[in-house]
Design a protein around this ligand. Structure first.
Ligand code: SAM
Length: 247
C-alpha cells in the first residue's frame, strides 16, 4: 500500500518548512489539503506543482474513504492543514485514525505548531502545560470551561480568534483571578509578531490600548494555579517574618 504522511506546514513565515516536508510534498502522488488555495500558495512559494484534493470538516468522511482507497491501491498521500500541525485544533485526526485502522502506514512529518512556538518564547511555566485549544464561543460556556481548569497546576494554553480575544481575556481574569501572568502571543513568525506579558487584570486594557493589539492570530498562555499559589505562599511567608519584627 501507499503511505500517508501527516505534514506540518508554516504558521506564517512560508520558509518555516522542513527539508523533509518539501521532499514528501514533492514525491507523493496526492496532496490532500484543508483549503487547496492556501496550500497552493505554499507549493508555489517552493516551486512545487501537485494535484490537490480538498479535505475539510464538511467533506471529511466521504473524502477520507476515497483517500483510504487510494492508499490501499498503492498511491502515497500527504495531508496538510492551513497552517501548523494537522490534528492540533485542525482536521487530520480522522484521516490518520482511519488509515491506521485499515492497517495502512502513517508517518508524521513534524513541523511548526502555534502552541509549541508560543510556549518557546513566552517563558511561562515549568515545562508542564495543558493545551486547551479554542474555548467555547459563548460567554457562559466559556466561563464554565474555565472553572474546570481553575485549580490545575499547569500553564494553560489557548487559541483565540481576533474578534473574541478581548472578551476571552476578560473571562480569564474573572474566573482565574486578576493575579496570574498571561502571555499574549500574536502573529508569531509574521511581520507584526508580538509577545506581551502582563497580569490577567491588565490584559484587557492592553488589548484595548491599540487597535493593532487585537489584530491577527493569538495564542494565550496563562500561568498555572500552583505557580501563582507558590508566589502567594512565598509572599505570605515574607509577610509573617516582617510581622514578627513589628513591636
Ligand atoms: N494546527 C495549527 C497549529 O498547529 O498551529 C493550529 C490551527 S487553529 C485552526 C488556528 C489557530 O492557531 C489560530 O486561531 C491561532 O489561535 C493559532 N495560530 C495559528 N498561527 C498563529 C500565529 N502565527 N501566531 C499566533 N497564533 C497562531
Amino acid at each position: 500500500p501507499g503511505s500517508l504522511y501527516i505534514v506540518g506546514t508554516p504558521i506564517g513565515n512560508l520558509r518555516d518548512i522542513t527539508l523533509r516536508a518539501l521532499d514528501i510534498l514533492k514525491t507523493v502522488d496526492l496532496v490532500a489539503a484543508e483549503d487547496t488555495r492556501v496550500t497552493q500558495t505554499l507549493l508555489n512559494a517552493h516551486g512545487l506543482q501537485k494535484k490537490l484534493v480538498a479535505l475539510h470538516e464538511h467533506n471529511e468522511r466521504e473524502v477520507t474513504e476515497r483517500l483510504i482507497a487510494d492508499l490501499a491501491a498503492g498511491r502515497s498521500v500527504a495531508y496538510v492543514s492551513d497552517a501548523g500541525t494537522p490534528g492540533v485544533s485542525d482536521p487530520g485526526a480522522h484521516l490518520a485514525r482511519r488509515a491506521r485502522a485499515a492497517g495502512l502506514p502513517v508517518f508524521a512529518i513534524p513541523g511548526p505548531s502555534a502552541v509549541a512556538t508560543a510556549l518557546s518564547v513566552a517563558g511561562i511555566g515549568d515545562g508542564r502545560w495543558l493545551f486547551y485549544g479554542f474555548l467555547p464561543n459563548k460567554a457562559a460556556a466559556r466561563r464554565k470551561a474555565l472553572e474546570t481548569l481553575k485549580a490545575l497546576p499547569y500553564a494553560l494554553v489557548f487559541y483565540e480568534a481576533p474578534h473574541r480575544v478581548r472578551e476571552c481575556v476578560a473571562d480569564l481574569a474573572a474566573v482565574l483571578g486578576p493575579e496570574r501572568e498571561i502571555a499574549i502571543a500574536r502573529e508569531l513568525t509574521k511581520l507584526f509578531e508580538q509577545v506581551h506579558l502582563c497580569r490577567l487584570e491588565e490584559a484587557e486594557a492592553w488589548l484595548a490600548a491599540d487597535a493593532n493589539h487585537c489584530r491577527g492570530e493569538f495564542v494565550l498562555i496563562v500561568q498555572g494555579a500552583a505557580a501563582q499559589a507558590a508566589d502567594a505562599g512565598a509572599l505570605r511567608a515574607t509577610l509573617e517574618i516582617l510581622l514578627a519584627e513589628l513591636p
